[in-house]
Design a protein around this ligand. Structure first.
Ligand SMILES: O=c1[nH]cnc2c1ncn2[C@H]1C[C@H](O)[C@@H](CO)O1
Ligand SMILES: [Zn+2]
Length: 395
């Protein structure tokens, strides 16, 4: 007979399990129907997209077809091509109303999926084409997150959402965005990030922003080790001082599995594991941009076995057609993970969040562990029912 540690969680249990999400892009998670509606509303005003360029017409106006279009267009194997799809989402996120709506729906959708804590990132500098200031962008998104949390609570779900402000690595506004993140600290913004094409844009281009944040005792993560390998991770940690690695999946290049099964870690991989540097792993996104060939081949399996501080994330729910539950489900299927594994990932993520330690601890002890304990106890009651059945038939 299987015990509760070996039972494969059902889809329903995965959905109900309390999940923690550290790496999710606001502009990568819009509902297709919302894009269609917002595009319709904003088209006559000819608002600019990212960088003030004209908004391209939507490739599809039927929400279902548009969802498929995003998944297929993002499925090229190249991070640069993947990023091109964002012109359609960023393009419709240029007014206060649109930002409030998108942020509220984001919080609602995550709560509906059983996410209890999320850090959602976006680049304020990409939402100025409609005339908003950086501050107005941040305030609109914060308002949306609060509204979404409220609607979730009314629907019987609890979620807490913090914002991460991203600076685009090809641009030159990182210090300004870091200062913005610092100004809105304790007002809904919990940290800073840099994103965008990795090759050719090393994180050290933005050292002034990172040094500023360190002086302010603030937190930041850096997209590194996704499309580019170890040098990018090394710079993010040893030059820039990142608290977490956005992706970091290419740390696998510094890990050798020998023929006899023993594993050797290089200096950088050892450092990452020893210092408990959180890896914001995003399996589906990595499959689309070419960092892994299949879920079963994804380095997360080995990194989990080796006890790296691995976390599971969605990156861009729209472009990958995913959710936290789907990411967990893929991993359950590929690696046979149990509820204990899912709890391990969730606790890892909560430990790595940018909110204060006492709040992280309370989330772990009062929300995450009791949630998994409840799910793990379900087998006991199934057992009782079948035992009763067989006792009754024994006469
Ligand atoms: O996986 C990613 N790697 C690098 N940059 C990314 C990724 N996903 C989204 N972005 C970019 C595109 C978005 O417009 C920006 C801010 O969310 O971040
Ligand atoms: Zn990302």
């Amino acid at each position: 007979m299987k015990n509760q540690h070996q039972i494969t969680p059902s889809w329903d249990q995965i959905r109900r399990a309390p999940k923690v999400l550290l790496h999710d892009h606001l502009d990568g998670g819009l509902r297709p129907g919302t894009i269609v509606e917002l595009a319709h509303e904003t088209a006559p005003r000819r608002l600019g997209g990212a960088g003030g360029t004209p908004v391209p017409p939507l490739p599809e106006t039927d929400p279902d077809k548009l969802g498929v279009w995003f998944r297929e267009a993002a499925d090229s194997g190249s991070l640069e091509r993947y990023l091109e799809t964002f012109s359609h989402t960023v393009g419709v996120m240029q007014t206060r109303e649109a930002l409030v709506r998108v942020a509220a729906e984001c919080a609602e959708d995550l709560a509906e999926d059983g996410v209890v804590y999320a850090e959602v990132r976006y680049a304020p500098e990409q939402h100025l084409a409609g005339g908003l200031s950086l501050e107005e962008v941040v305030e609109a998104v914060n308002e949306g997150f609060r509204e979404g949390e409220l609607r979730a609570r009314r629907g019987g779900r609890r979620i807490r959402v913090g914002a991460l402000l991203t600076a685009m690595r090809h641009a030159a506004r990182a210090l300004e965005i870091a200062e913005l993140a610092n100004r809105y600290r304790d007002l809904g913004v919990v940290g800073f990030d840099i994103a965008g094409a990795e090759a050719g844009y090393p994180p050290t281009r933005h050292l002034d922003a990172f040094e500023y944040l360190k002086r302010e005792n603030n937190h930041f993560t850096i997209h590194a080790g996704e499309a580019f390998g170890l040098p990018s991770i090394w710079q993010a940690l040893q030059w820039c001082g990142a608290d977490r690695l956005g992706h970091g999946v290419r740390i696998i290049d510094d890990i050798q599995v020998l023929d006899d099964g023993t594993v050797e870690l290089g200096r950088l991989a050892s450092y990452v594991r020893d210092k408990r540097i959180p890896l914001e792993l995003c399996p589906s996104s990595n499959l689309q941009t070419g960092a892994a060939d299949s879920y079963a081949d994804h380095p997360i399996g080995l990194l989990r076995r080796l006890h790296f501080r691995a976390t599971v994330n969605t990156d861009n729910r729209l472009m990958s057609g995913t959710s936290m539950s789907r990411e967990f489900d893929h991993l359950v299927e590929a690696f046979g993970y149990t509820l204990d594994d899912l709890q391990w990932f969730s606790v890892n993520a909560m430990k790595s969040a940018f909110i204060p330690f006492d709040e992280r601890l309370a989330m772990i002890n009062d929300v995450i562990k009791p949630g998994y304990a409840e799910l793990k106890s379900e087998w006991l009651f199934q057992q009782t029912a079948s035992t009763r059945g067989s006792l009754a038939s024994d006469g």
